[in-house]
Every structure is written in structure tokens, then in C-alpha cells.
Design a protein around this ligand. Structure first.
Ligand code: PGA
Length: 681
């Protein structure tokens, strides 16, 4: 199930990211669609807000996609995505049933879907969303929260930048057919063909009004002012059939025609004109900015002086035309086409397009045109008369790069940080003492103990030992074992000491007695003493003080019982046991060794996994750092104990916070103890 949820999560995210970006690169195109919707549903008075709504829509969609991809802010994102789909799915069903608007524009101009296809796509998205809602806890969370915050800002920046580029200039990535370099003549006619491709067919334009479509021949196109909206141009054959294989007949067909005020179609004439033609484009003269009239004047004068064509191509609306002529004093010729064609040619209003022999050289919003620079020399003598080179493939790559670069940047930072931390850990681990200590417990007679110690001494003789080796023996053996290992690397310790200095404590052994044998270590707080002799923190503090006062190194044991591991309280338990050590000054604490021995692993054959052990060791070290400081924590040796053997010691000792072992059963034979010592390579 998890895998299904994650596949759905990434697919859903990919669709939202793609459709968000496809619209972000061309917010003007999205705003045209928004205007169509608003007008169709009777909210014409809101059309001034279309651009703002377009920005909001595409940015929200894109950010929803990003959030779903990263698996963060799940609830809010799922709510917003659901609202979007609940709004647009019924809308697209309505469009599919009525064909009121020819295309929903959900992928901008990047991918064209019919209304039914869009509806189908939305249904699939709803099913996907339902799954994400019910199983949101299974969604993958890509990287941590810091990355999410960082990436959200990067993604928002990318979306806003694309919208900004597309709003004040032409779309950053242009999926429409009127890009610089396009041979309009070939594209309109079909390569090497006339507009009428066979003598028995004719080109007709499809218009729609109130959801009703109608065909018009090119010389009797309807008036847009009467509510007709251009849909497309098609080739109708004598037998009534429409060219259905348009891609073959017209490889780059573009719906484009131009008429004079008398209704005469002059597309061919305009596009066949040799040399340069400047087109001033305005899909709506009333909405065109009149601030740049001076530039238009310059251009038209320049065109007249140099015998270049200069035409204003606009949508036919007599009233608007009269107002424009009156306000601007325009004397240049006006030609007409459909407003939607002009909007497809140039998003800005007004815009200027330069044609050379029917090929688009460049197009630009009039406000960004350097008219003086352009007209100070002849067009064909300067670069501004050349075809502008815009590499859309590179721009697509740039957007993809900006989309994915933060991932790699963050990953790089994470890797560097990880390596840095690892180096610090390794360095501090290198500085700490490594110890393998045996705890013989209540095993071995005096003679057996001496023999075991001598055997170990012999096994270690002449060997390079990479850790301190300690054996902690029953009291009865301590003095003899000290003697037996003389001249070797082996240190000796006891398994306990009295909490009292001396006196009437029958059966007890004082720390100074242990020290008097030459022993250097003492195990304190072993779980068996805690369990069978009721040792608690208060008693252990007294024992610690005795040990330290007599120059012994305490190996202080902590560890949880099985129940505490299962119910998850083990860290608090260990922290509580450490409190006995925390009564010491930093200086005294530095003389101690800590041993973590999970009680459930002692003598049971159950070892804590290296991850479980490392987790607690790191926790203990962090706790020491909190109590004292990082330097004290870095210098404290923390041993692991509990079914440690030659087979698992290398993996345990390789952990960053494990500095050796306290070994019970395996310390009773030289053959089983040696491999653990040798685990320190
Ligand atoms: P074990 O004992 O190695 O036999 O599990 C360890 C200890 O109690 O110190």
C-alpha cells in the first residue's frame, strides 16, 4: 500500500507542478482564459482582476505540487488541492457538455487537451487525491523541515520570477506558434502550398456565439462586436469533409488571416511583401496604453521614409478604432484579424512585431521598444533587423535546473555537514581511551583465576594491543592476579567496593584495601548488585567517593531492564542512574568510565543491535555534555556490555560513541576474550 501511495503522491505532484509551471511561464495566456471564464459566467466586471487571479492560480497550483512532492504541510495542501479540483472539475464537465469555451487551458499552451480529456484527467486526480487523503500518513516526506522551508522559498521565487517575466514581457517559454524565426507565410499556407490546397476545397473560419459554432468563409467573417468569437480555421473539401490529418497536410499550420477595412483578405499579400514590415499589434485598442504614442510616430515615420511596411493589426471594432484615431492622431493603415489571434501572436497590448519576407524577426511590448535606437539606422544595417535568437530548449533546461538545483544544493550541504560531523566524531573518538574489561563475576577459584590471568598474559605477550585490557576479579583473586599479570599491559580491578572507609562492616572490602593490592579499577553499580543487593544512587555516590579517594577508576554501570526498553522509558531510567555520577565535580567525573549494559542483554545471548547501543551511547554522551561540557563528554569512555562476543564486537566498537566493552561470560576463557580485544584493530 505504501508504495502505491507514494507513486500516486509523486504522479499527482508531477501533474500539479507541470500545469502550474506551464501557466506560470505565460500568465497573460492564463489571464485570457480567466477573462473568458469570468465573461461567460457573467462576472465581466471582474475582468480587471484576471491577471491577479491568473498569478494566484498558477502559483498556488505549483506550490501545492511542490508540497505534495515533498510531503510537507500535508493537511493544508490537500485541502487547497481539493478546493481547486472541486472548483474546476464541475467547470470542465460543464465545458465538455456545452463546449462554451473551446479549451480549458489547464496546461497553458504547453499541452492542449479537449474539454472531455481535461474532465477525465480531473476525475483521475480526484481519485488520486482521495487516496492521499485516506492514507496521508503513508506519504513520503522528502528531506527534513529545514529543507522544506528552504525549498518552498526557492520554488515560490521561481514561480514569481516566471510570472513576472511572462507578465511584463513575452512568455519566458513560448509554446505558441508565433516565435521569432517562424516563417509565417509557410506556416499559414502550409509548406509550399497555397492557402487553398486543392481546387475542390476552401478555407473557412469557425466562430462561436453563445455556445453555438458556425463556419464563415474568409471573405465574409462576422463582426466580433456582435459577440462572435474566433475558434479556428479549417480546410473544408468539396465533399463536405474536413482535413482531418492536419499535421500531414500542414506541418506547421497557423490560424492567421488579415483583412482590410473592406473585408478583403490580404494575408498572402502581407506575408509576401519583400523586405521589412513593422506590425503594431493590439487586440483591444481601448485597453492599449497610449503612453507610447511617440514611439509609434517614430516607427511609422521611419517606415514611410524607408519604404517599409507599417500596419496596425487589430480586432475590428469601429468605435474603438475611431477613439484610437482621435486620441492618437493615427494616420497609418489599419488591418484586421481576430482578437484571439492577436493575443496568441503577442501577449502585450500594444506590441510590435517585425517581419522580414514573411518571417518573424522579433516581437516586443511597445513599452520596451527602443524606437529611437531602432530608427536611427536602417533596419537591415543593424542587428535589430535580425531574427532574434531565443533558445527555448535552453530556457526549459534553465527552469528545470532552477526547479531541481535546490535539491542538489541542499544535498551537498547535508553531505558536507555529515562529513564534517563524522570527522569531528572520529577525531574525538581517536582521543578517547579504548577499553576492553572482563568482569569475572562470581566465577573462578583462586587457582583458576591465576591460571586464567596467566593465560591471558601469555596470549597478549608480544602482541600489539590497541586498547587498555582490564580484568575485574572476585576480591579473593585480586591481589594474586595483580601479581600474575605483572609486566603485562593488563590492568586489574575489583567488582565492587564498600561505601565505607573502614570499620565494623563485616564482610565488606574497602576501596583502600583494593588499591593496596595494586589494582586500579573497580566496577560500581553493576545491574546484578542493583538487583540482588538493592544498590541505589545514594549508596553508589558513597562508593564512588571511596573509589576516587583511593585512586581507583570506577567503571560505573547503567542500563535498563526489558520492561523499560519495551515501554520506551529507558532513556529516563539511564539518565536517573547517571545522576549518581553527576554528583561528582567535572574533574572527578573525568576519572570515571561509564558502561552501558542493557539488563535484558546481560548473559542472555541477546545483544543490543549496534544501532540500539549507539543510540544510548550517544544519548549518554549528550547528557554528559549537558551536565558538564562537550570537552568532558568527548573525553569520557563509554563501554558496552551485554552478550558482547568476538563476533559482534567489531560492529559494536565501530560505532562513533562506543569505546569498548565490559565482558562477562566471554571473559572467562582466553580464547573467547582475545578476539574481543583484537576487535580494536
Ligand atoms: P555478559 O555480561 O557479557 O555475560 O552478558 C556482561 C556484564 O554483566 O558485565
Amino acid at each position: 500500500m505504501k508504495i502505491v501511495v507514494r507513486i500516486v503522491q509523486f504522479l499527482f505532484a508531477a501533474v500539479f507542478i507541470f500545469s502550474g509551471l506551464a501557466k506560470c511561464v505565460d500568465p497573460a495566456g492564463t489571464s485570457i482564459k480567466v477573462t473568458e471564464y469570468l465573461q461567460y459566467f457573467g462576472f465581466g466586471m471582474l475582468t480587471d482582476l484576471s491577471m491577479g487571479i491568473a498569478w494566484l492560480l498558477c502559483i498556488v497550483e505549483f506550490i501545492c505540487g511542490v508540497n505534495i512532492l515533498l510531503g510537507h504541510a500535508r493537511h493544508l495542501t490537500l485541502v487547497v488541492s481539493t478546493l481547486l479540483l472541486l472548483l474546476f472539475t464541475p467547470l470542465t464537465l460543464w465545458l465538455a457538455l456545452t463546449d462554451a469555451i473551446s479549451e480549458c487551458g489547464c496546461f497553458g499552451d504547453a499541452v492542449h487537451l479537449t474539454n472531455w480529456q481535461t474532465f477525465g484527467k480531473n476525475l483521475i486526480l480526484i481519485v488520486m487525491l482521495a487516496l492521499l487523503w485516506t492514507k496521508s500518513e503513508l506519504m513520503y516526506r522528502l528531506m527534513g523541515r529545514t529543507f522544506y522551508v528552504f525549498y518552498s522559498y526557492c520554488a515560490l521565487g521561481l514561480a514569481v520570477w516566471l510570472c513576472w517575466m511572462g507578465s511584463w514581457r513575452e512568455p519566458f517559454i513560448d509554446f505558441r506558434p508565433f516565435t521569432p524565426g517562424t516563417n509565417l507565410k509557410e506556416a499559414v499556407m502550409g509548406e509550399g502550398q497555397e492557402q487553398t490546397t486543392d481546387s475542390d476545397s476552401e478555407w473557412v473560419c469557425i466562430y462561436q456565439r453563445n455556445g453555438v459554432r458556425q463556419e464563415f468563409s474568409l471573405d465574409s467573417l462576422p463582426d466580433e462586436a456582435e459577440g462572435w468569437e474566433f475558434v479556428e480555421t479549417i480546410e473544408r473539401h468539396a465533399d463536405g469533409k474536413v482535413s482531418d490529418d492536419r499535421s500531414k497536410a500542414e506541418p506547421k499550420h497557423i490560424d492567421f488571416f488579415v483583412k482590410t477595412a473592406d473585408g478583403e483578405v490580404i494575408t498572402d499579400e502581407l506575408l509576401s511583401r519583400p523586405g521589412y514590415t513593422l506590425l503594431l499589434l493590439s487586440h483591444s485598442l481601448d485597453k492599449a496604453s497610449q503612453h507610447d504614442i511617440d514611439r509609434i510616430e517614430l516607427l511609422s515615420e521611419y517606415a514611410g521614409d524607408n519604404d517599409y511596411g507599417f500596419l496596425c493589426l487589430t480586432a475590428r471594432d469601429e468605435k474603438q478604432l475611431e477613439r484610437w484615431k482621435f486620441n492618437t492622431g493615427a494616420e497609418y493603415p489599419f488591418v484586421f484579424t481576430d482578437a484571439s489571434i492577436i493575443e496568441t501572436m503577442c501577449r502585450s497590448n500594444p506590441a510590435v512585431m517585425l517581419l522580414r519576407d514573411g518571417v518573424i524577426c522579433w516581437k516586443t511590448p511597445l513599452s520596451r521598444l527602443d524606437a529611437e535606437g531602432l530608427t536611427s539606422g536602417k533596419l537591415n544595417e543593424q542587428t535589430s533587423g535580425d531574427i532574434e535568437e531565443i533558445n527555448y530548449h535552453n530556457r526549459i533546461l534553465l527552469v528545470l535546473f532552477l526547479l531541481f538545483a535546490p535539491f542538489f544544493l541542499f544535498l551537498l550541504v547535508e553531505i558536507v555537514q555529515f562529513l564534517h560531523k563524522q570527522t569531528l566524531i572520529n577525531n574525538s573518538k581517536k582521543m578517547r581511551k579504548k577499553i576492553v574489561a572482563g568482569n569475572w563475576k562470581m566465577n573462578t577459584t583462586l587457582q583458576e583465576g591465576i591460571a586464567l590471568a596467566e593465560g591471558l598474559k601469555e596470549a597478549l605477550a608480544g602482541k600489539k594491543v590497541n586498547c587498555d585490557v582490564v580484568v575485574c576479579t572476585p576480591f579473593i583473586s585480586v591481589a594474586s592476579v595483580v601479581k600474575a599479570v605483572e609486566g603485562s599491559v593488563i590492568g586489574v580491578g575489583a567488582e565492587d567496593c564498600s561505601a565505607h572507609e573502614k570499620g565494623a562492616y563485616t564482610g565488606e572490602v574497602a576501596a583502600n584495601m583494593i588499591a593496596s593490592t595494586g589494582a586500579k579499577y573497580v566496577i560500581l553499580g553493576h545491574s546484578e548488585r542493583r538487583q540482588y543487593h538493592g544498590e541505589n544512587n545514594e549508596l553508589l555516590v558513597a562508593k564512588l567517593q571511596q573509589a576516587l579517594a583511593n585512586g581507583l577508576t570506577p567503571i560505573f554501570c547503567v542500563g535498563e531492564v526489558k520492561e523499560e526498553r519495551v515501554n520506551g522509558t529507558y532513556k529516563e531510567v539511564i539518565e536517573g542512574q547517571m545522576e549518581a555520577l553527576y554528583t561528582l565535580s567535572a574533574e572527578d567525573f573525568a576519572k570515571c568510565v561509564v558502561a552501558y549494559e542493557p539488563v535484558w542483554a546481560i548473559g542472555t545471548g541477546l545483544t543490543a543491535t549496534s544501532e540500539q547501543a549507539e543510540e544510548v551511547h550517544a544519548f549518554i554522551r549528550a547528557s554528559i555534555a549537558k551536565k558538564y561540557d562537550a570537552a568532558v563528554a568527548d573525553n569520557t569512555s563509554i563501554l558496552y556490555g551485554g552478550s558482547c562476543k568476538g563476533s559482534n564486537a567489531p560492529e559494536l566498537f565501530a560505532q562513533p560513541d562506543i569505546d569498548g566493552g565490559l565482558i562477562g561470560g566471554a571473559a572467562l576463557k582466553v580464547d573467547t576474550f582475545m578476539p574481543i580485544i583484537e576487535a580494536w584493530k
